[in-house]
Structures are given as C-alpha cells and as structure tokens.
Ligand binder design. Sequence first.
Ligand code: SF4
Length: 334
Amino acid sequence: MWSGGLPKKWFGRATSSTIIEWPAALISAHLLIKCGACVDVIREFDPWGDPLCTCPKKYGFNPYTGCAYRCVYCYITSYIPRAFGCRVKKNLIVRVKRDLQRMETRQVISMSNSSDPYPPIEAKLKLTRACLELFLSEGCRVQAITKSGLVTRDVDLLSRLPSVVSFTITTLKRDLGRKLEPRAPPPERRLTAMRELSDAGVPVSLRLDPIIPGLNDTEIERIVKAAVATGAKHVTSSTFKPRPDSWHRVRRVFPEATAKLAPLYFERGERYHNSWYLPRELRLGLMGQVKKACDENGLTFASCREGLRELTTGASCDGSHLISRRGSADLLTY
Ligand code: SF4
C-alpha cells in the first residue's frame, strides 16, 4: 500500500506539462509592464493567463493578507508567508482609493481568492465594509467569496451594489467540517446567510470545492439541494489539487483516505502548476455528478480549472453572470 508520502518526482525537474509558479516579484513586474500604471491592492486576476482558467476578465482583491480559517486543503500556504495568520494591509483604504482612480470599473472585483473577506477580525475592524462603501460610491461590480455568515452584516451595501456572494460549502457534516475547515464558521451558518442575502435580493451562488474523493464526494447531491433551498442559482465546483503543503496537512488529518488517494494522484494523475490532479476520467466523473445534481435542481454549473469546459451550463464559470447592472434587479448578460 502507498505510504501516503510525497513522490520524489514532485520535486524533480519540470516536464513539458509543468509550469513553474511565478515568484511574487515577477508577477508585480509583469503587472507593471502590462498595465502601465499598475494597480496596487486591486490587481488583475490571473495576469499570467492560465489556459485552465475560464474566468471572465476581472480584478482580484484581498482586503486582508492571510486567512484565519486554516482549511487543511487550502492552497495559499504555497505562496503566502505565514498564510494562516490573518493580518491587516498597511494603508489599505488609501491604496484602494488610489487603485479605484486607475481601474476599469466595469470589470468585476473578486474578493477574495487568497483569503476570506470576512475573517473574525472584520467584525471589529470593518475594513471590508469600508471597501464595499468605496466600491458602491464608484459604481463597481463585486463578487464576494466567503465561508462566513458575517457577510450578512453588509446586506445594506450588497443589495445596492451590483454584486453576487458565493459561499463555499464542502460538507454538511459538522465533524468533517471541523476537520476540513477547523476555524471556519459551520456549514449551517453559511446556509442561513445564503438564505438571508437571497431574500434581500442579493444573488448567491455555491462553491462546492474542493471535492476530495473518500471524504465529501458522497454529499454532492445533498449540498446542491441545500443550496437550492436558499435561493442559489449557480454552482462552481472543483476537485482537490494538492500541492506539497496542502497534501501534508490533509494526510495528517485523514491518513486512511490519503493512503487510497495517493496512487490516484501520484501514479495515475497529472501534474500541473506544481499541483497534482486526479486522472481526467475521475475528475470528469465527479464534476459530472455535480452537473447532474445542478441540472436536476434547476441550477447552472461550471467547474473551476478542471479543463472540462464541455460541462459548463452557466454564462460564467465563477457565477459573476448573476451580478446585475443596477443592484439585483436585472441580470447581466455576457
Ligand atoms: S477560507 Fe479559503 S483562503 Fe481561508 S483558509 Fe480556507 S480555503 Fe484558505
């Protein structure tokens, strides 16, 4: 049986299918060249143009650096120092104001892809709220991606902004949730928040990711049905794509499951961007299950960075097509 350890080839020479991660300094230099006047805290999303990313052109924005929720499968530990220490950015509001003067405000601002915009300290600091106020005054379009019910505090702003709120839910089992996402609010709190926002006219979508075979793949239909009941209209899903750090954490918490998964990733799977992917037929099977549940429940579906565009039924993969032009009344068509 596989010991669950990392294969040597993980650290081996790059192959033709391997794309090395860009260091932060190189990314910044690339942004400077590409944008001329470079934005600072609100940055072009995916500036290196990953062919697997099907997202519409948008900005990425993290009000906080690092994340307090400590999800075992999280990928940010591979590129953010002290990633599980959530901290404030220096002069955040001044920098956001400056960026807003230089930006194309029609593009969606996605917050956050490398943190959660509603960590526990946000309850006191209200920095995300202050940014939403600025976005509202500048007529920006916003997507918030969160695991926190605190987002409902800002329903007054979100219902006036062209916005969508996407909630990540990986399991409805409390015990499993505590192991997967030790410091994140429980899944039922997220569902309540989805319902509350949806009732207030804020479009909501579900991020059912990552799916980790042997841990949460049996809950797909249940989670989709729970999301439908809240008023969600779209689901984005993906499979677990471990990097060395996230694999070690998941392995420590789930030794039996990872012993079964290791050969699927490291012998039969594919390596891409320093991440390991399950074999394509397995990913197709899992994403097909999510799509089927969505089809049966009247939701649109897209996978995230799986190379499975053929399964997409939504107008966007990330759910940003649910954002209205003015508040939440009319849906934007791409
Ligand atoms: S909430 Fe997101 S960014 Fe934060 S630890 Fe979990 S996966 Fe990482």
